[in-house]
Design a protein around this ligand. Sequence first.
Ligand code: KIV
Ligand code: NA
Length: 274
Amino acid sequence: RQSAPLPTDIRAMKGAAPIVSLTAYTTPMARMMDAHCDFVLVGDSVGMVLHGMRSTVGVTMEMMVMHGQAVARGLDRAMLVIDMPFGSYEEDPRQAMRNASHLMRETGAAAVKLEGGAHMADTIRFLTARGVPVMAHIGLTPQAVGTLGGYKVQGRGAAAKHLSEDAQAVADAGAFAVVLEKIPAALADRITSEIAIPTIGIGASAGCDGQVLVVDDMLGLFTAFKPKFVKRYAQLGADGEAAIAAYAAEVRARAFPAAEHVFADEAPAKAPGA
Ligand code: KIV
Ligand code: NA
């Protein structure tokens, strides 16, 4: 992991090159994206995407550690960022430091991500002063689904000013980047030009300094619903179901396994020199 970028390198990409990122939860997915992403996020979306939860509120530290370790095993050159789950950082900066250091120690992640703007600024300042690089996440913050009243577009109309202030607050507090989720494109562009740290858009705008998507969404593997901001670059869910249907039909027709999948009584002769 000598070649992985550092959070300071990601920060320095603002204005230089678009930052590419995806979520990952498993080793094989991490391997698929390692050569193509600047950073890989172990998102708490793992609860909904892999565990069938209806929100991210039930995701635990143990789940984040386990998936973080799996992703770390698949990465060679992309930076690893890990989400702090609901309830692991909101109480006070000390609780956040305890849990952030645990996540970094157990997974080797280079940085943590946490949800919240101005109200999390003290915590972001506390963590960064103590060696924990922080990526902030504002706009639609899924852990707050209960108080936001659903997964709605954030920052429209008068609320735009508050989001601009949130972005400035997390940048001033020392965050090295900020995720902007599900906000108007013009607001995302304005925030991107106003703050000194990179903006990472998801449902934001092509003008953000980088983009992130949930990998199962963009591969068409997660099909329970599709947010407007998701583009499906493949249909692995449909392809996978077709493959399973073909297997089931062949088993029922006794067409699988075929001759090449079964073993003879005698071991085949070894090739010379083998
Ligand atoms: O959990 C997650 O997948 C995220 C990204 C969508 C930013 O927080
Ligand atoms: Na998340």
